[in-house]
Ligand binder design. Structure first.
Ligand code: GDP
Length: 422
């Protein structure tokens, strides 16, 4: 609703541990499934003499998509709690999840990690927790799911909590920022109401935890950062760059610059949804027009910002990365493509400065010869073409990236510091 704050929520976890079932359950319990659709299924279910129609509806739709071989589309679903309007952002498993998450197309504020009690921590559990940590997820709600399959036993719950806690420590996720809930998404235990099946657990439920999340701070205080997605020429107006405002605000009359193209001028008009507006802010997709800037002066990958607080352009930058999958080893000299906001630029790993021990967060090795899958490291990167990027400590929305090579995401990382071009 309009007076509640917004949260982007990622649902992460190993395949088949119950992510889509949980989303279906959340939609159902919060009344986010339209009444007329429920009514239709109520009638159908009654005709067939079946009970429990309600939840079945949501799951039938998901099952249908699964049969069609479509990745189950739980992304972009919305539901409300008292405090928040939640949007499920692209989930791992979705083809573009990693890329979208990193380019900011669907930056999640917080995440629910689903771990099946009968299966425990699995490879994708690890991978997603790594990513969540690297990309700066604030809080993690851990649903220890499928408790019905382990007879709702507290001992199994505790074992799973222990396993996940170890994993969180390994990736240096602050375990104070994680909460654990024994649940069954399928049966509806501890989702909206405390379950009689687990009298040993006294709360909170998954929905209560979601409702109790801290409020994300809208990045309006940060300077304007607007990565350019496309540049159009529109008759009667001229050159119209379009993109999504990541941080800050834009007003007609602002003096702006595009980096690294290094051109700029005064903003004449700003449009949203084909209408002229006198202000646009974080999350807004805008098209705008800047006096004196032509179509060939700027391009996708440029970042628009205030002339007196311009986007940084890196000569080199230092970053912390997590290597997710690489067939061999990464050494200095490696030059894959970096995807940061809307930019794609070949960058060279100039030096591998430190290997980080994932279990302690301490430096495991200074200047290692190589790193490989599963390693975390601090590296120095030299873009082969000018790239605008920011320290994630200052502007997190412009401070993370994915490294891709051979059609795969090799690593994800965040920028620690930028050595700016003169
Ligand atoms: P995802 O791949 O993580 O999205 O997993 P799904 O939500 O598709 O669930 C995978 C399978 O586990 C499906 O057959 C679900 O019906 C089943 N499932 C999900 N949650 C539960 C649960 O809490 N209990 C039981 N018994 N089965 C579940």
């Amino acid at each position: 609703s309009e007076d509640t704050a917004h949260q982007n929520l990622a649902i992460i976890g190993h395949v088949d541990h119950g992510k889509s079932t949980l989303v279906g359950r959340l939609l159902f319990e919060t009344g986010s499934v339209p009444e007329h659709v429920i009514e239709q299924h109520r009638e159908e279910a009654e005709e067939k003499g079946k009970g429990g129609f309600e939840f079945a509806y949501v799951m039938d739709n998901l099952a249908e998509e699964r049969e069609r071989g479509v990745t189950i589309d739980i992304a972009h679903q919305e539901f409300d709690t008292e405090e928040y309007n939640f949007t499920i952002v692209d989930c791992p498993g979705h083809r573009d999840f990693v890329k979208n998450m990193i380019t900011g197309a669907s930056q999640a504020d917080n995440a629910v990690l689903v771990v099946a009690a009968d299966d425990g921590v699995q490879p994708q559990t690890q991978e997603h927790v790594f990513l969540a940590r690297t990309l700066g997820i604030d809080e993690l709600i851990v649903a220890v799911n499928k408790m019905d399959l382990v007879d709702y036993e507290e001992s199994r719950y505790k074992e799973t909590v222990q396993e996940v806690t170890e994993l969180l420590k390994q990736v240096q996720f602050n375990t104070d920022d994680a909460s654990f809930i024994p649940s069954s998404a399928f049966e509806g235990d501890n989702i909206n109401e405390l379950s009689d099946n687990m009298p040993w657990y006294d709360g909170p439920t998954v929905l209560e935890s979601l409702n109790n999340l801290p409020e994300p701070e809208p990045p309006t205080d940060a300077p304007l950062r607007l990565p350019i997605q496309d540049v159009y020429t529109i008759s009667g107006i001229g050159t119209v760059p379009v993109g999504r405002i990541e941080t800050g605000e834009m007003f007609p009359g602002d003096d702006v610059t595009f980096q690294p193209s290094d051109v700029g001028g005064e903003v004449k008009t700003v449009e949203m949804h084909h209408e002229e507006v006198d202000r646009a802010g974080p999350g807004d997709n805008v098209g705008f027009n800047v006096r004196g800037v032509g179509k060939d002066d700027i391009r996708r990958g440029d970042v628009c910002g205030p002339a007196d607080d311009p986007p940084s352009v890196a000569e080199t930058f230092q970053a912390q990365i997590v290597v997710m999958q690489h067939p061999s080893v990464i050494t200095a000299g490696y030059t894959p493509v970096f995807h940061a906001h809307t930019a794609q630029v070949a960058c060279t790993v100039e030096s591998i400065d430190q290997k980080i021990d994932p279990s302690s967060g301490e430096v495991a090795e200074e200047n290692p010869d190589f790193i490989q899958s599963g390693d975390a490291a601090v590296v120095t990167i030299r873009p082969q073409k000018p790239l605008s990027i920011e320290p994630s400590g200052e502007i997190p929305e412009l401070g993370s990236f994915a490294i891709r090579d051979m059609g795969q995401t090799i690593a994800a990382g965040k920028v620690l510091s930028v050595d700016e071009r003169e």
